[in-house]
Structure formats: C-alpha cells, structure tokens
Design a protein around this ligand. Sequence first.
Ligand code: GCO
Ligand code: MG
Length: 402
Amino acid sequence: MKIIDAKVIVTCPGRNFVTIKIMTDEGLYGIGDATLNGRELAVASYLTDHLIPCLIGRDAGQIEDIWQFFYRGAYWRRGPVGMTAIAAIDMALWDIKAKAANMPLYQLLGGRSRTGVMVYGHANGTGIEETVAEVGRYIDMGYKAIRAQCGVPGLPSTYGVSKDRMFYEPADNDLPSENMWDTAAYMAHVPKLFEELRDTYGYSHHLLHDVHHRLTPIEAGRLGKDLEPFRLFWLEDAVTAELQEGFRLIRQHTTTPLAVGEVFSSIHDCHQLISEQLIDYIRTTIVHGGGITSLRRIAHLAELYHVKTGFHGATDLSPITMGAALHFDTWVPNFGIQEYMRHTPETDEVFPHDYEFRDGYLYVGDTPGHGVDINEELAAKYEYKRAYLPVNRLRDGTMFNW
Ligand code: GCO
Ligand code: MG
C-alpha cells in the first residue's frame, strides 16, 4: 500500500489543533495529531515543507523504517517540533495499518490487558474551600482519581486554576500573559489543601498534584515529605527535568511517588530517570514523544525498572492523541493512569471519536484504527488563532519557569 498524498489541517474550534492526514493508493487514510501548544505553525511547516515531500511514494506499512528515516535521517535529532511532526506521521500510519488489518489499534499492539483505562480529572479553585468542593464534584461524576490545584494567597493567578471550571485552557492570550510566582507561599499552602481534602473525603480516592516545574530538588524533597501523610498518587513535574540526576536528591528525601515527562520528546530525556528508578510514572505521551513507535520503547524500558505510564492528556492534545493513547493504555502491561481533560463540544464535533467515559474509566471502541476521525468541512470553518502559554516571573521580576 503506497502513500499517495498527505496534508496538514490547522483548525481552531476554541483552541488550535494541527492534524496530518495521510492518503494511500488503496483508499485508506490515517490521521495523526501534530499539536504543540503555542508553536503550532512550526510543526505544520516542518511537516509540509520537510517531511511530507519525503513521505510520498513510500510503503505505508513500513512504520518503523519511516520513523527511522525521519529520526536518523534528519541528522538534527530530537526536539519538540521535530518529534511532534514524526509522532503525527507515526500515529497516522498505525491508524492505516490497523484499518488495513480491520482491527482496533489495541489489538495490533498486542491485545487487551485491561477492561478500561483509569483516568484522572482536574479539580481546581481559587481557594481551598472551592477546590475541596470541586473535588467533591469529580467524585460525584464517578472519578476514582482527581488532580487538585489551588490558588495561592497573595498570587493573582496560579497554574492549573481555570476561569472555566470544566475546560482548562492555559494558552490564554495573543501574546504571552505574565504570571507571578512565590515558592515559599506555594509550599506553605499546598499541604493545607491536601490535609483538608483527606479530612473531608478520606482515603478512598486517588489524589494527584502538579507542581509544573516550579521547585528545586531540595524544595521538592521538602514538599514531598510534607505531603506524605496525605498519600498522593503522584507529585508531578516537581522540578524541571533537564538535569535527570537532580531527581536523586528528591528521592533521598521523600516516598511521595514522582511523575515527570510531559515535555520530553524522546527516550533519551528519561533513560536515566527510569534506569536509576528516580521516578514512578513516565508522562511522555504519543504526540510529543515521537509517536507510538517511540513510546513503545519508552514503556518497555520503564517496565524493567518498575516505572508505569501516566500519559499527558491535557486539552491541548487533540482527541486523536487521546484515542491513540487509550489504545496504547488498553494494551500496555505497565499502565499506571491516564490524564483526561475533557475537550469542548466544538472540538469533539471536529474530531468524532468512539471512546467514552464511564464511572472513572475511559473505554475505547472497536472501530478499526485508533477510532478518531476529522470532519474537514467543519475544521475549515475555524481559522487558526495565535495563542501563547503564559510566562512566569518572581516577585522581583526575574524570569522563572511557567
Ligand atoms: C498537565 C499539563 C498541562 C500543560 C499544558 C501546556 O499536566 O496537564 O501540565 O496543563 O500545562 O499541556 O500546554
Ligand atoms: Mg503537567
């Protein structure tokens, strides 16, 4: 089966999404997500100007060879833009292969390992009381695992606290908006939130928290220790992870489980974190980590070292990534949990899909492929709209991690 054409579709049903559609001479097509929040057009150009010309005429079934061609063959390896582009092609090719086999993707990967995929939802509020009430709402909706984020006294805005309770979109401005950060205020506040949550709801649900790269290793060790009585499922992105050995210090000080990896683009960003057992969950996901072909290698490496998967699943990853991830989650032996932030009805309409939420779990359907499609006519109605993620500064104006 030959690839005869491929195109990039940019659409903005409330937020920007980039999609590749690959067509074959047998009439089958596959789609892949190429969305990189705040840098969408760079990936679109990388695909259109540099990868698609090399794709035409290739055998659509040679997924591994095409991956190697674009990874090794580029000479300039890795990086989020390049790896997101490779991931999009890879996802689309797995979609085609599964459709050709007339199988849902999880069957092709090795079959079902579980009945459903446990997901965690996002509860947040400006203060502790509001956040506690939001967690209650998620419990009522059937969630077994809930991430809790809360405003910090004295800071006008904080990562993870949304304007719209049900749909969190951090890319909130035409040019980057500026947030303010205060580590001491944050570290003093977070344990109070989790103490209140456990006092109110007990220990029957999993609770998670995302630090969003704001601490140093020793600060993360302290926070992890302070949170130990509240038995978190994980503490996410406690530090920026460019320095993999930095996690040794966190590990020496706390037994709170650690998750990291949503901004990683390859196995080389996490091989030390995994092989030294410095983390418990790897969050690198299909769209930003080089596709299913690449994530399969990361998951197998992780399995050797008791590390489980915990795929990133924010709203800036399109329903295509969610569909592909859910097939992967349904199969992968060392599954941990899947993040799930609902997409808006406009987005769901542009990307019809067959996965569904029931009682804390997401379930994939049995449609051949990854089960997600794109309504191109509808997509064309929503024009690209530039949007950036915020940046962060300390109280004295110093640029910091967002
Ligand atoms: C998460 C993430 C997101 C990111 C977003 C950036 O854990 O879901 O941290 O909220 O901030 O994906 O584009
Ligand atoms: Mg995160």
